[in-house]
Design a protein. Sequence first.
Length: 102
Amino acid sequence: MTKINTTWIEASVVENEVHMSIVELSHASRTPQELIMSWVSEGVLSPAGSSPEDWRFSGDSLKRAKTAAHLTHDLELNVPGVALALELLDEIAQLRARLNLK
């Protein structure tokens, strides 16, 4: 008879614990702060806080900002185009999740 070893790994999602300023998000996503402010105005990103100086972005916002940056640079989409593309990508992810639940 063979012996089975089980190893448990405990982890936490860092994206939920990270909170970045607009300056930190700008550096991490390699995106100008002005473009990030445009994305916030268009609803692409939703920071906590009332003004750019007070804004705090989650780790999930970093992933979204990087995707938005790729859409902007690679596909040359404008801000409304990025917002639409991300909305469609979100919808695709939701539909795939629903299919996986069935």
